[in-house]
Design a protein around this ligand. Structure first.
Ligand SMILES: [Zn+2]
Length: 297
């Protein structure tokens, strides 16, 4: 299996257009690597031509268009994107569907709760029914493997997390609102994609132990993101901070496979390569994803 990171930041990217934090300043001045919103492309192997996109952030079509590995295959089909999987109904996972689905048929995989949180009351989502393509929404049931293509399977696993802000007015929350994905290839290699994990749980423990490669929620270092962003208030709900005695870093350090952080907020000091927090990550053997990063399993 092969994974290509198209984006590794949280919503808004890095630098964020309206932010004056230390990290965003550094990114604008070329002292930190800029990042798109989190999106990861998965293929069965080096020669496979079909890709599964994990997440559809706002700029996904533009990012995919500029990435040579995802270029359309002449004479075969319009695009190398075989399917898109959504871990939750948040804007960072869903908004890009409007751009992708208006140009060719699209297969979207999600739990029923995530599908409803995106479609219900969403006037813009109606444009998907009027575009050139047809959107086929494939429901994922928790803890059940779904066969994709080229021998790849995907499985949704419920993890703690917050509901998408616009979905909080919908009735009845469920444990399908926020999931992690396990992608397995024909050889049984497992990549886990968990961009939003609100805290520890038995399901998170199983995912950490199961992953050959773990792409995990690196949104915040701490609930107050010390030293990074005095100018903006944080909404840290829904994301387990990395640092401190109760932080996720101590759990990730025990993982069996490679562990790599995605969905990193612009205010997180780990985006600065010489920060103390970045050094601490290295001490625990935890990596930070970067755009165009290639991962082979
Ligand atoms: Zn910032």
């Amino acid at each position: 299996m092969r994974a290509r990171v198209l984006g590794s930041a949280s919503e808004g990217g890095f630098p964020r257009w309206n932010c004056r934090c230390v990290g965003c300043f550094a990114a604008r001045e070329g002292r930190a690597w800029p990042r798109n919103e989190t999106c990861v492309a998965i293929a069965a192997g080096d020669t496979a031509e079909r890709w599964l996109l994990l997440g559809a952030p706002a700029a996904v079509a533009k990012v995919a268009a500029s990435d040579p590995t995802l270029a359309p295959v002449p004479g075969v089909r319009a695009s190398g994107v075989g399917a898109v999987a959504l871990a939750n109904g948040g804007p960072g996972q869903t908004v890009g569907l409007l751009a992708l689905g208006n140009h060719e048929p699209l297969t979207v995989l999600s739990t029923d709760a995530v599908r409803r949180s995106f479609l219900e009351g969403n006037v813009l989502a109606r444009s998907l029914a009027h575009g050139r393509g047809r959107v086929e929404w494939v429901p994922l049931r928790l803890d059940e493997r779904c066969l994709l293509f080229d021998g790849l399977t995907i499985e949704a696993v419920a993890v703690p997390g917050a509901r998408a802000p616009h979905a909080r007015e919908l009735p009845a929350t469920s444990n399908e609102d926020n999931v992690a994905f396990v992608i397995e290839d024909a050889r049984g290699k497992a990549l886990v994609f968990a961009p939003a994990v609100g805290g520890p749980s038995a399901s998170v423990d199983r995912l950490v132990d199961r992953a050959d490669v773990l792409l995990f929620d690196g949104t915040h270092w701490s609930t107050d993101q010390r030293g990074a962003a005095p100018l903006r208030e944080h909404d840290s709900s829904g994301h387990w901070p990395l640092g401190g005695a109760e932080g996720s870093l101590l759990r990730l350090a025990q993982a069996r496979g490679r562990r790599i952080l995605v969905h990193v907020d612009d205010t997180n000091p780990i985006l600065l390569e010489n920060s103390a927090e970045r050094v601490e990550l290295q001490r625990f053997g935890v990596e930070v994803a970067w755009d165009q990063m290639e991962i082979t399993l």
